[in-house]
Each structure stands twice: as C-alpha cells, then as structure tokens.
Ligand binder design. Structure first.
Ligand code: HEC
Length: 148
C-alpha cells in the first residue's frame, strides 16, 4: 500500500516534470515564433509607410508609378525613375541627401525642395523615413533584383 502510493507519487512527479519541460520548450518556441512574426510585421509596416509617404510627399511630382508624368512633375522636369540608367545616375547617399536637403541646378535654382526635418517649411521627414523612401525609390528600377 505504502509502496504503491510512493510509486504513484513518483509517476506523478515525473509526469509533472515532463509537462513542465514541454511547456518550457513550447513557450520558447512560441517566443521565437512571436519574434519572427514581429519582425515580419515591422518590415511590412516600414514598406507600407514608405508607400504612403511617397504618395503624400513625392507622387505629386514623381507620380505614384515613379514615371513623373504628372502636370507638376513635367513642369518641374522630373526624370523617369523606372529608367534603369537614371536610377544608376545617383547613389543611395545622393538620393538621401538630395531629398533631405533639396536639389538645385548649377544656377542655384531649386529642382526639388528639401524634405528633411527642420529644413522643410512643413514638419519634414525624419532620416529613417527618408531612408525608407530611398529604398522605395529603388523599387521603381525594373532591373533591380526583386523589382516589382
Ligand atoms: C516639386 C516636385 C518634386 C517633389 C514633390 C519631389 N521631387 Fe524628387 N525630384 C524632383 C526634381 C525636379 C528632381 C531632379 C530631376 C533631375 O535630375 O533633373 C528630383 C530628383 C529626385 C531624385 C534623384 C536624386 C538625385 O540625386 O539625382 C530622387 C531620388 C527623388 N527626387 C526622390 C524624391 C522623394 C523621395 C520625394 C518625396 C519625399 C520627392 N523626390 C519629391 C522634383 C520633386
């Protein structure tokens, strides 16, 4: 009798330990899954934000499709961002600096206004937003890997 109870207790304990171990294992798997989902969501959010920022700040001239075939865009003389050669004519750093600080021709005439925070007359875009926009601009390049 006494022995039977001890064995039963031992079995219960063993089952408890296994369950606890399984839970711990499961929990860490869940944590990993949540972390992975979290970063995927973040990437998606950055992508969506860039598109929205593009629509709000840039598409008026460059067009939603990057071709610059808008009335203002034609007047401003924007070039076709879906043209691979044009995409190659500027580096990411240049694109970042030009959108942040503005772009001027050799006579100092403004081609594109500055969009950077504190430089723009309205609220302005943060460096992170501008970086996301430069990455977004690159998606218009038809010869870029993973281009749309
Ligand atoms: C008022 C019209 C206008 C708006 C709005 C505008 N751009 Fe531009 N953008 C231009 C013009 C004009 C050029 C110069 C084209 C050329 O090379 O002659 C230009 C050039 C560029 C270039 C090429 C830069 C380089 O170094 O050659 C990039 C990238 C760019 N714009 C991104 C943006 C982004 C991002 C936005 C929104 C935050 C934006 N533009 C908003 C008119 C505009």
């Amino acid at each position: 009798m006494e022995t039977t109870r001890k064995i039963a207790l031992a079995a219960l304990l063993a089952a408890g330990i296994t369950a606890a171990a399984a839970m711990a294992g499961g929990a860490s798997d869940d944590a990993a899954a949540i972390a992975a989902a979290g970063s995927a969501d973040e990437a998606a959010v950055v992508q969506i934000d860039a598109e929205e920022l593009w629509r709000e700040n840039c598409a008026g001239c460059h067009g939603r499709d990057g071709r610059g075939q808008t009335r203002v865009g034609r007047r401003a003389g924007v070039k076709d961002l879906t043209d691979h050669e044009y995409q190659q004519s500027f580096s990411d750093e240049q694109a970042f600096r030009h959108t942040k600080e503005g772009m001027y021709d050799e006579d100092g005439e403004e081609l594109m206004k500055p969009f950077g925070k504190g430089l723009s007359e309205d609220n302005g875009l943060t460096d992170a937003e501008l970086e996301a926009l430069v990455r977004f601009v690159r998606t218009f390049d038809p010869e870029r890997e993973g281009a749309r």
